[in-house]
Design a binder for this molecule. Structure first.
Ligand SMILES: Nc1ncnc2c1ncn2[C@@H]1O[C@H](COP(=O)(O)OP(=O)(O)OP(=O)(O)O)[C@@H](O)[C@H]1O
Ligand SMILES: [Mg+2]
Length: 454
């Protein structure tokens, strides 16, 4: 086993000596310092697995040491030693990030047990970090994260179809990752070194769209002062993504269909046909089948592009993806923002998982970036999230926390809510409130007093 390094910081020489002897016998490598200042110099110079630190010391005391050490961003496990009368400080120290404390005087067994516990925690933490990393590698595909069965199935489909020229229709709410999927298909295909051209059918004015797609010949219309290559020609040999295809005007739908079927295009104002070899993908937030029914979208074009359909579920239907996506966005963004944020607090994680995500992954990405700017330190807390992700009522938090299993405590919380509501409803009339609550008047008075609802 690798030798663990321990730093003992204590102003009492006897204590330093005793600990050094004890810990070296247990196979640790021990250094010591006589006050916080000395300790800080040593612990910033090299890495210690564990730091045992006294609280009351001259020059720089334990709390000041801990504060400076934490600020340095090092990750050793700190255990504080509290003499009689410094227990409060020891608890403060734990709030500052110390892992545990031992009260002086202690027996050899006691300190060794605390060290074992700390090591076990460190081991788990490392294991967890590795696990997270391998999870992410396992569940990602071409920059896409998705451990959920739905996303795994999509990744498998992408791999299977990438190399065929099959038309693909990608549907899903805004921000679910449709464009990312189209990119993954293109870059996993043999066309990867040829262009992927994206056309936003909804963003180009109808009058220009045809010439954008197919190009035009000089003089085809007033502004056509020279020949222009269309996007289809640009994409020759590669792929084209027709984004927002539901917005394509009907008269262009015919022309698109012809181009797809014949695999050739005609420029505006030109009779010459140009051969094209393109993999066509289309994306839409609309329900195209419904658009076909109502006549807004041509059925023949619909069947032509809908050879393979990839339906991306909204984020709220794949909660399993949320935590890994958060981690992915934190890692991706921290480099760019030069941020020290490395994760989210459990409460923030729960709130993010419970949210309904109308803007899907894009919204999550934005919220994480904003929270990283707001956060102090290395963790995004719930308070760093937007107001609509703040607890509505303390009780909502309470009931969604799976640590809270006491029926007694939950009943009390519930009673308090019901009594408050009954009193609001009856505008403070206790006799009526007691009636609605189906309890006696004295019972209500007693409970109101108990819950501080006067
Ligand atoms: N599975 C995923 N893993 C990592 N990032 C994702 C994932 N899905 C989406 N994103 C990110 O979310 C953002 C939105 O994705 P994208 O643009 O592909 O969505 P879209 O479905 O095309 O949205 P819209 O319909 O609004 O055009 C992008 O920044 C994308 O990188
Ligand atoms: Mg898109």
């Amino acid at each position: 086993m690798e030798e663990k390094r321990i730093l003992v910081i204590d102003d009492e020489k006897n204590m330093r000596h005793m600990l050094a002897v004890l810990l070296e016998k247990e196979g640790y490598q021990v250094d010591s310092a006589a006050n916080g200042k000395e300790g800080l110099d040593l612990s910033l110079e090299s890495f210690y697995d564990i730091i045992l630190c006294d609280l009351k010391m001259p020059v720089m005391d334990g709390m000041a040491y801990l504060q400076s050490f934490q600020d340095s961003g090092q990750e050793s496990t700190v255990i504080v030693m509290s003499a009689y009368g410094t227990l409060d400080t020891a608890i403060e120290a734990m709030k500052l990030g110390a892992y545990d404390y031992v009260s002086k005087p202690f027996k050899a067994d006691e300190i060794l047990l605390t060290l074992r516990k700390a090591e076990e925690r460190e081991r788990l933490r490392k294991e967890n970090r590795l696990l997270q990393q391998s999870m992410r590698e396992r569940y990602s595909f071409a920059q896409m994260i998705g451990p959920s069965p739905a996303m795994q199935e999509i990744f498998a489909t992408i791999e299977k179809v990438a190399d065929y020229k099959t038309s693909v229709l990608i549907t899903g709410e805004s921000g679910t990752g449709k464009e990312l999927i189209a990119r993954a298909i293109h870059y996993n295909s043999s066309r990867a070194d040829k262009p992927l051209v994206t056309v936003n059918c909804g963003a180009i004015p109808e009058t220009l769209l045809e010439s954008e797609l197919f190009g035009h010949k000089k003089g085809a219309f007033t502004d056509a002062i020279r020949d222009k290559k269309g996007l289809f020609q640009e994409a020759h040999g590669g792929s084209i993504l027709l984004d927002e295809i539901g917005e394509l005007p009907r008269q262009l739908q015919v022309k698109l269909l012809r181009a797809l079927q014949e695999e050739e295009i005609k420029r505006v104002g030109d009779n010459l046909s140009i051969k094209i070899d393109i993999r066509v993908m289309a994306a839409t937030t609309k329900d195209l089948a419904e658009e076909v029914k109502t006549g807004r979208f041509r059925d023949d074009l619909y069947y032509r592009i809908n050879v393979l359909h990839i339906g991306v579920p909204p984020l709220r239907e794949r909660q399993e993806d949320i935590l890994l996506l958060i981690q992915h966005f934190i890692d991706k963004t921290s480099k760019r923002l030069n941020s020290e944020v490395t994760g989210v607090s459990p409460a923030a994680g729960r709130a993010l998982q419970a949210y309904s995500w109308p803007g899907n992954v894009r919204e999550l990405e934005n919220i994480i970036e904003r929270a990283m700017v707001m956060a102090n330190g290395s963790t995004i807390g719930r308070e760093d999230l937007p107001s609509y992700l703040q607890p509505q009522e303390e009780t909502v938090e309470y009931f969604t926390d799976d640590e809270n299993l006491s029926i007694k405590e939950a009943s009390r919380k519930l009673e308090k809510i019901l009594i408050r509501r009954a009193l609001e409803k009856t505008e403070g009339n206790r006799t009526q409130a007691a009636k609605i609550l189906e309890i006696s008047h004295p019972a209500l008075l007693y409970k109101m007093k108990d819950y501080g609802l006067d």
